[in-house]
Design a protein around this ligand. Structure first.
Ligand SMILES: Nc1nc2c(ncn2[C@@H]2O[C@H](COP(=O)(O)OP(=O)(O)OP(=O)(O)O)[C@@H](O)[C@H]2O)c(=O)[nH]1
Ligand SMILES: [Mg+2]
Length: 203
């Protein structure tokens, strides 16, 4: 069984945020703090190190104290590029990625992902209906394999996972945990829901 010391947590915050007016989504205020900090704080303490995968406003992200990793190839190539860059920066044999815009991920995310990994090299979260490829546990040794896939044009997380026979981690009991705030409207709706009684969901 993997221990805290074996894991690096990575918050993917390097996207273009097109559906949020092109703004840096991770830095958008949400329920009192920047969106990315919700997930980063949740992982902190459950992993050896938290990394922030970002491509803009590096100084603003760095203010929070976590190491910031820029994509190896700039140009908003997608989350697979963020994963590749983080695999190169990690000092542990395993990496757990999570998006910057899912502030409600379960408190015990790390334990759940680790428990369901088995002897796979990748585990991906599953909400009972669909997979969430940006919530995954990945073996750091796959870096070169991913580098070759990227060089061959691959840009889709799920397609690269499929090559390695990823384990599915069933989280059907907490579908709301995967609430994904892509637009200003979604962010607003979730802020209202939390204010109207869902407090306690957030740390
Ligand atoms: N490091 C890195 N992360 C990325 C990149 N593109 C997307 N992501 C992250 O991957 C996760 C899922 O991406 P999306 O929800 O599509 O976010 P986005 O690309 O910023 O938003 P849209 O432009 O509206 O699609 C988010 O946490 C993004 O920050 C990238 O090129 N590099
Ligand atoms: Mg996108």
């Amino acid at each position: 069984m993997l221990a805290t010391a074996d894991l690096t947590g990575v918050i993917l915050a390097g996207g273009a945020g097109r559906r949020m007016g092109g703004r840096d989504k991770g830095l958008e205020p949400f329920a009192g703090k920047p969106l990315f900090a919700h997930t980063a704080m949740r992982l902190d303490g459950q992993v050896a190190e938290v990394l922030i995968s970002a491509n803009r406003n590096i100084d603003a992200y760095a203010l929070f104290g976590w190491r910031v990793i820029e994509d190896a190839h700039p140009g908003f190539e997608g989350p697979l590029m963020g994963l590749y860059s983080a695999l190169g920066a990690a000092r542990t044999p395993w990496l757990l990625i999570a998006p910057c815009d899912t502030p409600l991920l379960p408190q015990d995310l790390v334990a759940r992902m680790v428990a369901g990994l088995g002897d796979h090299a990748i585990a991906v979260a599953f909400d009972g209906e669909r997979e969430h490829p940006a919530v995954a546990l990945v073996r750091t040794a796959l870096k070169d394999d991913l580098g070759a896939a990227l060089a061959a044009g691959e840009r889709k997380l799920s397609r690269w996972y499929a090559r390695h026979g990823a384990a599915q981690i069933d989280m059907a009991d907490c579908v709301d945990a995967f609430a994904n705030l892509n637009t200003e409207e979604e962010k607003h709706q979730w802020e209202l829901r939390l204010l109207n009684g869902a407090q306690g969901v957030l740390p």
